[in-house]
Design a protein around this ligand. Structure first.
Ligand code: 5GP
Length: 183
């Protein structure tokens, strides 16, 4: 049997500390709470699995208006470090979003392919509004021209892990965002 390579914290250099992320998340949560203060029904937060699960949990907890949390699962990397350009839907929403304010929460917008597909996929269901929050963006790569409404940090074009982001399904649990040492 082929043994899977195992990664640990020591394979990673810290790029954004847990403190930096938590401070920025609180700022974004404050801004979102202000922007949606007058909506008539709870804001629907749609976390994008798997990578967005940590940011979704922390962002939702820093918002002080009524929210409902749901998840969508897509795959675009299929375990490698380069996007395939193909977005596969593995889990869809279990509610109707017609006429509702929806905020998509992603870990990272890289080429923008995933986000472009998600906007089309959900836009067809006629939400009242559809905006994007992403912890990270690689502006150098965003070829789909996606505009992130609530952005945590713009980063260089490097493969990052931690805070929900994986390498071969590992290191999602790191409380910070880091760069693999050998990349
Ligand atoms: P895009 O479709 O914008 O090219 O890629 C979006 C998805 O690719 C993200 O949701 C994330 O799952 C994955 N991705 C993009 N860049 C990175 C990265 O630097 N590290 C990791 N772990 N995943 C990434």
């Amino acid at each position: 049997m082929l043994m899977e390579k195992q990664y640990t914290r020591s394979d990673v250099d810290v790029l954004l500390s847990a403190e930096q992320i938590s401070k920025r998340t609180a700022e974004l949560g404050g801004q979102i709470s202000l922007d949606y203060a007058d909506i008539e029904q709870p804001l629907i937060i749609v976390g994008i699995l798997k990578g967005g699960y940590v940011f979704t949990a922390d962002l939702a907890r820093s918002i002080d208006i009524s929210v409902e949390v749901d998840f969508l699962r897509v795959a675009s990397y299929h375990g490698g470090t380069e996007t395939t350009g193909e977005v596969t839907y593995i889990l869809d929403l279990d509610r109707d979003i017609e006429g509702r304010d929806v905020l998509l929460v992603e870990d990272i917008v890289d080429t923008g392919t995933t986000m472009k597909s998600l906007l089309r996929h959900l836009g067809l269901r006629n939400p009242k509004s559809l905006k994007i929050a992403s912890l990270l963006e690689k502006p150098e790569k965003n070829t789909a021209g996606i505009k992130v409404d609530y952005l945590g940090f713009a980063i260089e074009n490097k493969f990052v892990v931690g805070y929900g982001l994986d390498v071969d399904e590992q290191l999602r649990e790191l409380p910070f965002v880091g760069v693999m040492k050998n990349t």
